[in-house]
Design a protein around this ligand. Sequence first.
Ligand code: AHR
Length: 497
Amino acid sequence: FTASVAISPDHVIAPVRRRLFGSFVEHMGRCVHTGIHEPGHPTADEDGFRGDVLALTRELGVELVRYPGGNFVSGYRWEDGIGPVADRPVRRDLAWHSIETNAVGVDEFVRWARKADVEVMYAVNLGTRGVAEALDVHEYVNHEGGTHLAELRRRNGAERPHDVRLWCLGNELDGPWQTGHKTAHEYGRLAAETARALRQAEPGLELVACGSSHSRMPTFGAWEATVLELAYDQVDHISCHAYYEVLDGDVDSFLASAVDMDRQIESVVATADAVGARLRSRKRIGVSFDEWNVWYQTRFQADPPTEWQVAPRLIEDTYDVADAVVVGNLLISLLRHGDRVTAACQAQLVNVIAPIRTEPGGPAWRQTTFHPFALTSRLARGHVLRTEITAPTHTTARHGDVPVVDAVATHDPSSGETVLFAVNRHRTEPVELRVATKAFGDLEVAESWILHDPDPSATNTEHTPDRVVPRPHPTERTDNSVRVVLPPISWHAIRLG
Ligand code: AHR
């Protein structure tokens, strides 16, 4: 197979939004307890945060972290997680059939986020709670001082407000599994009134309304339309969530998952714009893709938790090379839609369907999926460029005919550097890719990385943590192009500088 890509520094789609490199820490399984937080661990700091996980979070290039859930937040009482740890109540978490000790709450999480150098995206409970409790947690987190809850925060050791800018108005309330599940009308009214009240408290907040839990929900599209008809003027973004896995052994469709993400984003944008047009509004709603990843969800559904345990091992998927290629491709899709996707969070950060894994008292290591995220975050700078791809297509059962190659390019006008991210989604055929670079003058290939393995099911484990890593990959420079061979099931990053 052969394919080509044409890019030009003049064809800018959007800025590279750093908030696209978001992640997610939920009180679920071992994401918080023995994930980011493990007092007594050999690398733990004075606050009980694992130093190895903090270092890997920085290396991953995470910019934003959503907290504290997820399904967990829909039954959460934020005030359980403040004040002296010994006095905090132990509670049932209905979402994950687990016991929550509340040893970590919002003050600890913000402290962790400062150490990790990430922005916090905070989700309020609109499942079992409403406007009053959202205002309370906002007062505690963001109000300067002189009021009951702001002074309580100060007494708890946080003199300065936490200054959280980005707030999620609940989580997946369209889902019948959600504690406090609602109809679109019920949720749209609650989201609008919560948003109105939060803005009375602090006008400059950025607010995210819940979109559908995934694009196969029976109410997908209708939910977004109703919610936005009720809350358009009050919110800034609408959420998208999507998880992908190999279903019925159909690897070709799985490798083309980004096609589905493209369609989901474009459908939600079209729906939001249609509501905006009906309302004669000039405002445009952004997409917060605040949960996305590969998740072998069918395995979890076959074996849900039955015991009430603290920090059980939940959905600790081990990822292989093919999973990492899909993750790299999903990042390509998010970047390409940077004109409308304003934030995105890979779910989750540690242990729970995560790029970072840990053992209690033991090591932390990088899963295969760590690498495309880390390289994309490090290399994507400046603007996203329109990328014209000419590639052969093949037919997939779920997504129809799809191009075998997908790619996106970024260009940083301040350094002149251009980076191409590309995947070969074919299971068996290599592709020879030509990248037309005439518009960039005589830039040389400064670095070229491949994530690939002759065995696409290869994984990294505690004992073989570097079995799968990105490796330098040869390219051939001619006067007007760069030629590179993309082996089957491979992800690439090529920096011209
Ligand atoms: O990330 C795991 C779960 O997936 C989240 O709690 C929920 O929002 C989604 O269904």
